[in-house]
Design a protein around this ligand. Structure first.
Ligand code: ADE
Length: 285
């Protein structure tokens, strides 16, 4: 065994929680109140157990029964809850719209960059209030998503013969409304491929916390459509398409967890925790 014990956090989006709870036996549940940390209450209790012998912690992004809007998700409390219980990785799942023809409905995509259009969220742990996250931290955002964990997700899907595409820029909007036609057009001109409401600040908070993060995005709609795609996102379709594909996402997650457990992650975790974050911090002190 390596220096770090692998523990994988799963962020369940859009109904994935129910399916996971039905199919997997969790050894214990850390009540939401008990998972409270200096950033407040996470979205849900933490469901902890093992999959293929690997420690797993499941958190429901929008709360049990979809009660918390994307704006109101306490992203800092969620990521901190994962850090406190010792997660080395986070596999986030998300529904998203597609801004390009390349990614059609029901396609799984692993993003590799983002455009942050959120405005009402706390986007850093380094705001001077924490003992653990002390000082200032100007973290580089390339790579934004952990490339090796992303590679493992792709390998897992390929092993299962499930179509997945790796490499896309995801635009995270504030919501709760969807984009206007003009905004959607602009995001496409900017180079956005996918669009959702939750990737930011999740992806960069995980990086600040020293956790290897990647995302499995399921295309549920074409946002406002385009010249050659007549479509208009509707929340009912988002839920229905995601739900229809939950087994696919679950299989990829389970296979990914198994493949992650077969790797030695010490160097990659050290690169992020020690070399990357500590060096970035010490460079400004
Ligand atoms: N989630 C799923 N589809 C979306 C879209 N078109 N815009 C923002 N978030 C989404």
């Amino acid at each position: 065994m390596g220096k770090y014990k692998i523990k994988i956090g799963i962020i369940a989006g859009c109904g994935l929680d129910k399916s996971f709870k039905e199919d997997l036996t969790y050894f214990s549940k850390i009540e939401r109140e008990d998972a409270t940390n200096e950033y407040g209450l996470p979205s849900s209790s933490l469901y902890t157990g093992t999959i293929s012998g690997v420690d797993v912690v499941l958190l429901i992004r929008h709360g049990s029964g979809y009660k918390v809007s994307a704006t109101d998700v306490n992203y800092r409390a969620n990521i901190e809850a994962f850090r406190v219980v010792g997660c080395t990785h986070i596999l986030a799942t998300t529904a998203c719209g597609s801004l390009v023809k390349l990614f059609s409905k029901e396609q799984l995509v692993i993003p590799d960059s983002f455009i942050d259009r959120t405005v009402h969220r706390k986007g850093t742990f380094y705001d001077g209030t924490s003992k653990y996250y002390s000082g200032i931290c100007n973290l580089p955002m390339e790579p934004s998503f952990d490339p090796h964990t992303s590679q493992i997700v792709e390998n897992a899907a390929k092993k299962l013969e499930i179509s997945i595409k790796k490499g896309a820029t995801i635009v995270a909007i504030e919501g709760p409304r969807f984009s206007s036609k003009a905004e959607s057009y602009m995001f496409r001109q900017w180079g956005g491929h996918l669009i959702n409401m939750t990737t930011c600040p999740e992806v960069f908070l995980a990086k600040e916390a020293g956790i290897l993060y990647t995302s499995i995005a399921m295309v549920t709609d074409y946002d406002c459509g385009s010249d050659d795609i007549a479509d208009n996102v509707h929340p009912v379709d988002v839920f229905n398409v995601f739900k229809r594909n939950i087994n696919k996402i679950k299989s990829v997650l389970i296979q990914t967890i198994e493949l992650i457990s077969q790797e030695d992650w010490d160097q990659r975790i050290d690169d992020l925790k020690v070399f990357y974050i500590d060096l970035v911090k010490s460079s400004v002190t």
